[in-house]
Ligand binder design. Structure first.
Ligand code: FAD
Length: 351
């Protein structure tokens, strides 16, 4: 026996909630299935010192401004979790927690959504499963030989666990810079990046990034030259802790090592560093394994989309994974618009 609804939203983080908000406004019958037991999506697992790169008001989902966090311009992850929990309650969003979607199949006029708590039959699906559950580690020679501790961004919590240790942080993006800054002064830090770190100007935060992402999408939509978007501005937002560590001379990046050895890392010129731990801040991939049976996946594990709609399965929409599902779709302020577009298209499809 399967349960019936018009739309299943898979994932109850910020993207799934934004979709739920718009579906509800349009009067579409839906359910939001989320694997976790409690609200907040990936923000529940952020490291202790993580701060948003935008002020609260610029980190808001549709309909409700994020309230400021007292004493903080850039709120912490716990504040985001609180905001998301309040958001779903306020709008009475139909979230079912502790439900993991394992596979989606075509079933005539329906999509059958298989979960560990039974099947759902829906006329459309919006996928909002994020990337946090799919950490990416590059294939580096010697990774299996190395005997120290290896962890990914998703497992990092605080510098306390690394006090006095020799730690290599890999990655020149925001996670790498923030975790390197977090460890600087507590651990014997080696920070390695594939290219020299590219800091955004100190006065650029998430507001400017959102504007750049929107301008790029508009230029592409109108057939104008690619503005380069956010990537043209730099890789690392100089949030206060990163700026402080950089200005104190604690953040020196070395080029990427060529291999790991049993004891640490070795560079192409033969120099070596012994390390107790290597922290891979090397990004994520979209969590889309549940669509394997639909055979939609293309390059880099992505599904080809036109706006938010899957090109080869018009009953499926994707939001939140990155710019390929809408400008700044993987941010709090940016997901509102793709969520609205997806909800409207789904409502039109349902007639
Ligand atoms: P998630 O928050 O990951 O939520 C997805 C939900 O789907 C989760 O609850 C998950 O358990 C569930 N799920 C996954 N698979 C399944 C399944 N098969 N079945 C059922 N449920 C499933 N954005 C900003 O706007 N400002 C910032 O300052 C900012 N800083 C960031 C810092 C870091 C380190 C990272 C990684 C991202 C940051 N982002 C920031 C980007 C973005 O806001 C977050 O990645 C956000 O968590 C994405 O939300 P989401 O809802 O798309 O995915």
């Amino acid at each position: 026996m399967s349960m019936r609804t018009d739309v299943v939203v898979i994932g109850g983080g910020q993207s799934g909630l934004a979709a739920g908000y718009h579906l509800r406004r349009l009067g579409v019958d839906s359910v939001i299935l989320d694997a976790q037991a409690t609200p907040g999506g990936a923000w529940q697992h952020a490291w202790d010192s993580l701060r948003l790169f935008s002020p609260a008001a610029y980190s808001s989902l549709p309909g409700r401004l994020m309230p400021p966090q007292s004493g903080q311009t850039y709120p912490d992850a716990a504040h985001v979790v609180e905001y998301l929990a309040d958001y779903e309650k306020r709008y009475e969003l139909p979230v079912r927690r502790g439900v993991r979607v394992s596979a989606v199949h075509r079933d005539g006029a329906f999509l059958r959504v298989g979960t560990d708590c039974g099947d759902w039959r829906a006329r459309a699906v919006i996928s909002a499963t994020g990337t946090w559950t799919r950490p990416f580690l590059p294939a580096v020679p010697g990774r299996r030989e190395y005997t120290g501790r290896q962890l990914h961004t998703v497992e990092y919590e605080s510098p306390a666990a690394f006090a006095g240790q020799r730690v290599i942080v890999v990655g020149g993006g925001n996670s790498g810079a923030q975790i390197a800054a977090d460890l600087a002064g507590h651990a014997d830090l080696t920070w390695v990046t594939r290219r020299p770190p590219r800091y955004l100007a100190d006065d650029i935060d998430g507001r400017a990034l959102f504007d750049a992402a929107t301008a790029r999408r508009r230029a592409l939509d109108e057939g104008r030259a690619d503005t380069g978007g956010v990537a043209s501005l730099g890789d690392i937002v100089a949030v206060p802790p990163v700026r402080a560590a950089r200005d104190a001379g604690l953040l020196h990046a070395r080029p990427m090592f060529s291999r790991l050895t049993a004891a640490g890392a070795e560079w192409a010129d033969g120099t070596r560093s012994v390390a107790d731990a290597v922290i891979w801040c090397t990004g994520f991939r979209p969590a889309l394994a549940h669509f394997a049976a639909l055979r939609l996946r293309g390059a880099r594990g992505r599904i080809a989309t036109d706006g938010t709609r899957a090109v080869d399965e018009p009953r499926l929409h994707l939001i939140g994974y990155g710019d390929w599902t809408g400008p700044a779709s993987a941010t709090l302020i940016g997901v509102g618009r793709p969520a609205r577009d997806a909800a409207r298209e789904v409502a039109a499809l349902l007639g």
